[in-house]
Write a protein that binds this ligand. Structure first.
Ligand code: SF4
Length: 565
């Protein structure tokens, strides 16, 4: 079932008033890949009446008022992508297209959507029920953070939006707990994964064990204090070990509870067993189709979280660095459901998670005692305690291939090649089967750069594993008599990267990888990432030594052109 989007649809369900109204910056796509759909379905499953308003008109009441006021709360999300990242390129040019907007035209998602939608609600509902922020935009901006578009440290978005609560990370459990607490008029302040604002007389230090972050005003004016703030924030992101945090903003406090506990496999299977339509809601589809559906409709999410901890990536701060995966049974059941769709052509387009080959294994120590402070699981090399084991994914792929009606299962998300190479028992079997059955002409991997100094600032492995992987891939493709090749995600103008580094990368790609790349991303400092910290401060946050940062837009273009021209 779709969540209702109009009064008529609510009437058809016999609902007079929704308990919760979700407002989102994407068109309404009912898919397990879309956070707001997952949250809505979880709340419905828990017994609440949940309606949705997607991409409301922000200049009138015609959309925001069409369902009335919710009984319990408004949930506001900027959509699947931070609205500033969705609306602007890394060279700060306006993007013309939007894969989550009908017709693919970028004309429905306001800048700073979370703030704009909260103001919209407040404009028309004077006695507004609590407004709860969620989704990646809110999650990455939950504490003081660097904003590339304003080129300054902004306050927690909870203050800027003047909302009541913020749920960060994958918030299914927290959203249901919040609805229960509001329904029962009970205290919400102990919910994990919740941020709220405390007044100056609420004495946040009374919250046992909470750590104080440098105040927003101090972090905004002092790069070193901002770095210290970010380290404390980042290291208190593991559900098993994190302490609550608080940060003064003016004379009030942002209260940041520890993250939600990871879901058990039973719980995560239950999330994906919910009844998703895998379609755009017809009310929005009449405005035009969304491109995102072309890839997600027949793809299957297998896991969440990533312990890669690349410094430019926001997944660690949003989804966490503990990988949680679904059972093979749950994934196979979903694949069988896909075969019943009349437009399913037999191809599962992506069997995916943030990093494709993290499915099915985690570090035992991390699962029991939390992440190691000051240590990373993959950098500078794969930690032996991780014990990579790709046989779980191999078995899953074999099961999927045997399903009647499934012709091909593709792995289109990036494979972490150093992780695969460190699995001595399964590396060759895994890659051989991927090469033979799961690649559609090209396979993406993400070295991001080739020069040692830049790779260090990115937190990425060196080129030895890249070349080893390429040799293996090429050999296996030849043995399989398949013409297929690797494609590489590369980044220009990351902090620490000079024109000279780009020239060396150009040489490396043509001499060692035998390619002339036609595509390269210019680095974009996503909020609440280590690379954004480097970009803003011009310091290496781990040594506090000065670091070269290309900030001039022409300089960034020049770095890009060195590769593609
Ligand atoms: S022991 Fe190694 S794999 Fe486990 S959490 Fe620590 S760094 Fe990561």
């Amino acid at each position: 079932m779709f969540l209702p989007t109009t009064r008529q649809e609510m009437n058809n369900l016999g609902w007079e008033q929704p308990d919760i109204i979700l407002v989102t910056g994407d068109s309404y796509i009912d898919s397990p890949f879309i956070g707001v759909a997952v949250i809505g379905k979880m709340l419905i499953h828990a017994g609440y009446r949940v309606a949705i308003i997607a991409q409301p008109d922000i200049h009138s009441d015609k959309d925001i008022c069409r369902l009335g006021e919710p009984r319990l709360f408004w949930g506001v999300s900027g959509g699947s992508i931070d609205s500033m990242i969705a609306n602007y390129t890394s060279l700060k040019k306006r993007r013309r297209s939007d894969d989550y907007t009908p017709g693919g035209i970028n004309n429905r998602r306001p800048d700073r959507a979370v703030i704009v939608y909260t103001n919209l609600i407040k404009r028309y509902f004077k006695s507004a029920k609590p407004i709860v922020l969620g989704g990646i935009e809110a999650s990455l901006r939950r504490i003081a953070h660097y904003d590339f578009w304003d080129n300054k440290i902004r306050a927690s978005i909870l203050f800027d939006a003047k909302a009541d609560y913020l749920l960060y990370g994958m918030a299914e459990t927290a959203a249901v707990q919040l609805a229960e607490a509001l329904q029962n008029n009970s205290d919400v302040r102990d919910i994990r994964g919740l941020c709220y604002i405390a007044g100056e007389h609420d004495e946040p230090e009374k919250r046992a064990g909470y750590l104080e972050l440098p105040p927003y005003e101090t972090a905004a004016g002092d790069s070193r204090a901002f770095i210290d703030m970010f380290h404390t924030f980042y290291h208190n992101n593991d559900p098993l070990t994190a302490k609550g945090l608080y940060q003064k903003h003016g004379n009030r406090y942002l209260m940041h509870n520890p993250p939600a506990m990871p879901l058990t496999q039973h719980e995560i299977d239950a999330v994906y067993a919910l009844d998703f339509e895998r379609a755009q809601h017809p009310w929005y589809e009449r405005l035009g189709k969304v491109r995102a559906l072309e890839t997600i409709k027949f793809s299957i999410p297998t896991h969440r979280g990533c312990y890669g901890e690349c410094n430019f990536c926001a997944i660690t701060v949003h989804e966490g660095r503990t990988v949680q995966w679904r059972s093979a049974k749950s994934i196979v059941a979903e694949a069988k459901k896909l075969t019943a769709y009349p437009d399913f052509k037999g191809n599962i387009l992506d069997l995916s998670g943030p990093t494709a080959n993290m499915y099915g294994f985690e570090c035992e120590q991390k699962m029991q005692r939390g992440h190691c402070p000051g240590k990373r699981c993959l950098y500078p090399k794969v930690c032996p305690s991780l014990k990579p084991d790709h046989h779980h994914q191999l078995e899953l792929l074999r099961k999927l291939r045997r399903i009647t009606g499934v012709k091909k299962v593709f792995i289109a998300s990036g494979i972490r090649h150093d992780l695969l190479l460190s699995d001595r028992h399964n590396c060759e079997h895994y890659l051989r089967e991927v090469v033979e059955h799961h690649v559609s002409g090209q396979m993406k991997i993400a070295p991001e750069h080739t020069e040692e100094g830049v790779l260090r600032t990115m937190g990425k492995p060196g080129t030895a594993s890249l070349l080893q992987f390429k040799r293996l891939f090429d050999r296996m493709s030849t043995e399989a008599k398949k013409k297929q090749y690797l494609t590489y995600y590369l980044i220009a103008a990351h902090p620490g990267c000079t024109d000279a580094d780009m020239k060396k990368m150009k040489q490396f790609t043509s001499r060692k990888l035998n390619i002339n790349p036609r595509q390269i991303q210019v680095f974009l400092p996503a909020p609440s990432t280590y690379s954004a910290l480097m970009y803003y401060t011009g310091l290496d946050p781990f040594t506090k030594e000065p670091l070269f940062v290309e900030k001039d837009m022409r300089g960034k273009e020049r770095q890009k052109d060195i590769i593609i021209k």
